[in-house]
Design a binder for this molecule. Structure first.
Ligand SMILES: Nc1ncnc2c1ncn2[C@@H]1O[C@H](COP(=O)(O)OP(=O)(O)OP(=O)(O)O)[C@@H](O)[C@H]1O
Ligand SMILES: [Mg+2]
Length: 248
């Protein structure tokens, strides 16, 4: 099977700091990959390189098997890669439908927005990804939503933008157990639709629960690729992470 995206031996330096050193990672269709590592390990740098915000100093990026050149954020989005940053991307005063269609509205030839169609589509999208509350619909203001539900709106927007790979940067930070469960449900629905998720997290328990595979970063280096089926518990994953950090 062809991975959607591959990072091959990528190195990224900032002045004297090597933020990524020979790092490789791939994401296949329909899988959830958990990216973990301590503060400063290079997780954000890795994602930003993947989505064309940073140019690697060395190494290759491949999309569906083909090496890319002059990779940038626009090309990454056109290739179906969407990143959801926590709390940052949404406009809380506006409705769910407004947030989903922001910048990519459905319009009539004279520029008027096709409101009804957008509402219908937004309602379909939020149900598809797993919004169950009867109190919430496309016209609800995002400001009234819980943290988990806001992640859901951002994920719905990514799907509307034809994302095949959705990158979630610490999506469960500051969320209650209940809200975290909502985010997990959304992620599982994304997976069910045969899209892929790269899930970045500090909380090993969250990453363990939701991922099919784990990639551990330590000081810019990918030190482990692990399949969930070989790791019996989050404690085991935690121990592997601690041991590598100690011995590295
Ligand atoms: N734009 C930048 N300029 C200079 N140094 C940077 C820049 N971005 C990251 N770094 C450095 O690269 C290293 C990796 O940082 P990065 O933000 O990728 O880590 P992280 O794993 O995302 O950490 P955290 O868990 O704290 O978000 C750090 O030493 C950081 O200070
Ligand atoms: Mg980071």
């Amino acid at each position: 099977m062809q991975p959607i995206i591959e990072l091959e031996k990528v190195t990224k330096r900032f002045g004297g700091i090597t933020a990524l050193n020979n790092a490789s990672l791939k994401v296949n269709k329909g899988e959830v990959v958990g990216l973990i590592g301590d503060n400063g390990a290079g997780k954000s740098t890795l994602i930003k390189t993947l989505v064309g915000v940073h140019n690697p100093d060395d190494g290759d990026i491949k999309i569906r098997g083909d090496k890319v050149n002059n990779w940038n954020a626009l090309k990454a989005r056109e290739a179906g890669i969407e990143t959801v940053f926590q709390d940052r991307a949404l406009c809380p005063q506006q409705s769910i439908v407004w947030n989903i269609f922001m910048g990519k509205e459905l319009k009539y030839p004279f520029g008027f927005i096709r409101d009804k169609e957008q509402i219908t589509e937004a309602n379909r999208l939020i149900r598809e990804i797993g919004f169950t509350s009867k109190l919430i619909n496309a016209e609800s203001p995002v400001g009234n939503l819980s943290g988990g539900e806001r992640q859901g709106v951002a994920i719905a927007r990514a799907i509307y933008n034809n994302a095949e790979l959705i990158i979630l940067d610490e999506p469960t930070n500051n969320l209650s157990l209940n809200e975290t469960q909502k985010v997990f449900d959304f992620v599982l629905n994304v997976k069910k639709s045969n899209r892929s998720v790269l899930f970045i997290g500090h909380n090993i328990y969250h990453v363990y629960d939701i991922s099919d595979r784990f990639v551990i970063l330590d000081r810019g280096e990918v030190v482990h690729h692990l399949d969930k089926e070989n790791i019996q518990s989050p404690e085991e994953l935690m121990k592997i992470m601690r041991d590598t950090i100690k011995s590295h």
